[in-house]
Design a protein around this ligand. Structure first.
Ligand code: ZN
Length: 276
């Protein structure tokens, strides 16, 4: 399996314990890493022995390249030590390769999930980890309520009209900054319905030929961006004025300023520039 997918998700360790096992540990929401000469290294089991941290909420998340991976929290006795540093998630997105960054996000989400579900939402009793080798869940021993880690899906869509792309300026963006349309999926809605609804609500136009583009976990704080392309069908641009304050069609030579990051939103704009 590790030759097919570098990361293998698992609730229990898949390989025998190694000095090289990876530990994604957090302190006040920041990842604790070894940093040396501008290079960041995820902590290994051998580092833990060296620093003797006081750990809480530790859980196995799977294995990367054949080494077990764990997440957890370093309790309050933590202090910055020689070669040890802390980074927030946003900066790590630019500093780590994609595979490693997704594990950083996953491990933080699992830690937060467990910390936010200490009590049963039905009866208020203490929740416990479900004792299962293949299922990650917390359950209430009193009433049986069970909860699993969740994500909030959102759509993001590049809408084209001939050789033009629809871009919008959100009132929360810096001046002159534009992006494609995005929004959260509502309960009971399909992705395609969400694309139609969000686009209509935000810019007042109808779209057709909605096609899947790709997806990206977006852990700020806990979403899954599902990207689409779509074509203009009907209507005049009419911004909602609440979130979107300006929107327009742009050909590839007129694309305004947009956030060049590893986000799927930037990828959709790059896709348009390549193909139109
Ligand atoms: Zn309960």
């Amino acid at each position: 399996m590790k030759d097919y997918m570098r990361f293998e998700a698992s609730v229990v360790p898949l390989y025998s314990e190694s000095e090289e096992d990876l530990w994604f540990l957090y302190n006040n929401g920041k990842l604790v890493v070894k940093s040396k000469e501008d290079e960041i290294h995820i902590l290994r089991r051998k580092d833990l022995e060296e620093f003797d941290f006081n750990l809480a909420h530790t859980q196995c998340i799977g294995a990367l390249d054949g080494y077990n991976c764990f997440s957890g929290e370093i309790k309050d006795n933590f202090r910055i030590l020689n070669e040890i540093d802390t980074y927030d998630l946003k900066s790590l997105m630019f500093l780590l390769e994609e595979e490693l960054f997704s594990l950083v996000a996953k491990s933080l989400l699992l830690l937060d999930w467990e910390k936010c579900h200490r009590y049963c939402g039905v009866c208020g009793y203490h929740m416990e980890r479900k004792n299962s080798k293949n299922e990650r869940a917390l359950f209430c021993p009193k009433c049986g309520y069970t909860t699993w880690p969740r994500t909030s899906p959102a759509i993001i869509v590049a809408i084209t009209k001939g050789d033009e792309l629809l871009l919008a300026h959100n009132k929360h963006f810096p001046k002159g900054m534009y992006s494609v349309i995005a929004g959260f999926v509502e309960l009971g809605e399909t992705f395609e319905q969400c694309v139609k609804r969000e686009v209509y609500e935000e810019v007042g136009i109808k779209v057709k030929n909605i096609k899947y583009f790709g997806s990206q976990p977006w852990p700020f704080p806990n979403s899954m961006m599902v990207g689409f392309t779509a074509e203009y069908l009907d209507g005049e641009i009419n911004v909602d004025g609440e979130e979107i304050v300006h929107a327009d069609w742009f050909n590839k030579d007129e694309i305004p300023k947009y956030k060049k990051s590893k986000s799927i939103g930037a990828e959709l704009i790059e896709w348009f520039k390549r193909t139109h």
